[in-house]
Write a protein of this length. Structure first.
Lengths: 307, 136
């Protein structure tokens, strides 16, 4: 199957600064992938290049088998919604309704019923001029366009600025519902990992312009476990294991152990009166991103502290 | 600015273990306790995805585990259904695992607390009376 998005050796330099450094990955069609990383890690640069809004300094990419910067036909099969999206305003008279109409001309799969239903859900004032919309309402407008476009490749770059938790949950629920009925390729960049975790089939973690983790979300869940108890017991349990982090207070210690635990490990932990807590997707990503050295794709992260 | 972090309600799924395994376990539990009867339709991947707020592919992978074990079967064009004999097979498997998962840790903890075998059986009998009012 041709990947929906294929990126190889992608590099982007800004005046000697490396924003992206040899980024490579393929995304299969019909999946939701999370592009995770801290602010300034390179998420937006990567998405802009995929959307054809920016040229890479080196490397190659295809979207739906074509080059985004040269294939005009591709643009209507791809929607890119970014944080604080700017819409054409035509002397400030352009309303939210105008934006939806313009989008309906541009995107061949546009679903007007869905657009109006979503606009109502978000309480979007359709007759208000876009320039007078609040930040949250501008985000809502972007989300409406991004979902109703039903584009084969849907790129969301932290699309929730100014939206409260209730509205963000609505975004995730509506995305999931429409995706279930109309599968497409979604790449969602976010730093609110816990919120979106259930939606993601796969995660790409980017840090300082480099992909440091590329794995199925379900392989990342529980790939590390927090072990806590007395210092002696924790030391005994963690001996010979890869430990990502260790904290201590008085006679108590808490360590993060990499790798899945089996029944024998669990029985041993019980015997040592240790408390085990598997790490969430977000917690594993945080640990991976804060590790200094670069890991290979997969669940490999260098040991940072030793017993 | 974005307000408090949102912890999504995934209907009891936990983010610390593979979600597809949890989906398979949930459905297996329902089959084992009879709330999903043999021959009954299993919720579709999209229904599960909406309910648990998870990716439909994850839900499909969970159902796929049960298909591989022969606990659910596909009826073309209609959906997935609980296979005949699924409940009996699950219960037999769980009885086998019962000792290692529950009895062994129970005995280990009891001996740590200085509870001898007679006292332990007495406690089990007592607990059984209060829970169900039946003789163990």
């Amino acid at each position: 199957m041709t990947p929906a998005i294929s990126v190889a050796g992608l590099t982007r330099r800004y005046r000697g600064q490396l924003a992206l450094d040899q980024v490579s990955f393929d995304i299969e069609p019909g999946s939701i992938t999370g592009l995770l990383g801290r602010n300034g890690a390179g998420k937006t640069t990567l998405l802009r290049i995929i959307a054809g809004q920016e040229f890479p300094s080196a490397g190659s990419l295809t979207v739906l088998g074509a080059a985004p910067t040269t294939d005009d036909h591709l643009l209507s099969r791809m929607v890119f919604i970014r944080e604080d999206q700017l819409y054409p305003q035509y002397g400030g008279r352009f309303t939210a309704r105008h934006t939806l109409r313009a989008a309906s001309w541009f995107y061949p799969n546009w679903d007007a019923d869905l657009a109006f239903a979503l606009a109502a859900d978000f309480g979007l004032p359709l007759n208000r001029r876009v320039m007078r919309l609040s930040r949250g309402m501008r985000s809502a407008l972007g989300i409406v366009v991004g979902l109703a476009a039903r584009a084969d490749v849907t790129l969301f770059d932290e699309p929730y600025a100014g939206l409260d938790p209730v509205a963000r949950q609505m975004f995730y629920d509506r995305l999931l519902a429409d995706y279930a009925e109309h599968p497409r390729t979604v790449l969602l960049s976010t730093h609110l990992i816990d919120e979106a975790a259930g939606l993601l089939e796969r995660v790409l973690v980017i840090d300082r312009g480099t992909i440091i983790l590329d794995a199925a979300a379900d392989d990342v869940r529980g790939a590390a476990t927090s072990v806590s108890g007395t210092v002696i017991a924790v030391q005994e349990f963690t001996a010979g294991r890869t430990v990502w982090d260790r904290r201590r207070v008085g006679s108590q210690e808490s360590a993060v152990v990499a790798g899945a635990l089996d029944d024998t490990d669990r029985a041993r932990a019980t015997a040592l009166h240790l408390h085990l807590e598997p790490l969430s997707l977000q917690q594993v990503v945080v640990h991976t991103a804060s590790a200094t050295a670069v890991s290979q794709p997969g669940m490999h992260t260098p040991e940072r502290t030793s017993a | 600015m974005e307000g408090a972090g949102l912890v999504p309600d995934m209907a009891g799924l936990e983010d610390g273990a593979p979600l597809f395994v949890q989906i398979a376990e949930r459905l297996a539990d329902e089959i084992a306790d009879g709330s999903l009867a043999e021959g009954e339709r299993v919720p579709s991947t999209n229904e599960l995805a909406a309910y648990y707020r998870i990716n439909p592919a994850t839900a499909a992978k969970g159902i796929g585990m049960l298909t591989d074990e022969g606990l659910v079967e596909k009826r073309r064009g209609i959906g997935m259904f609980v296979a005949g004999g699924a409940r009996a097979r699950l219960l037999a498997e769980r009885r086998k695992r019962f000792a290692e998962r529950f009895v062994e840790p129970l005995v280990a903890e009891a001996s740590r607390l200085g509870i001898n075998a007679d006292e332990l059986t007495g406690m089990i009998r007592e607990s059984s009376y209060t829970q169900k009012g039946t003789r163990p």
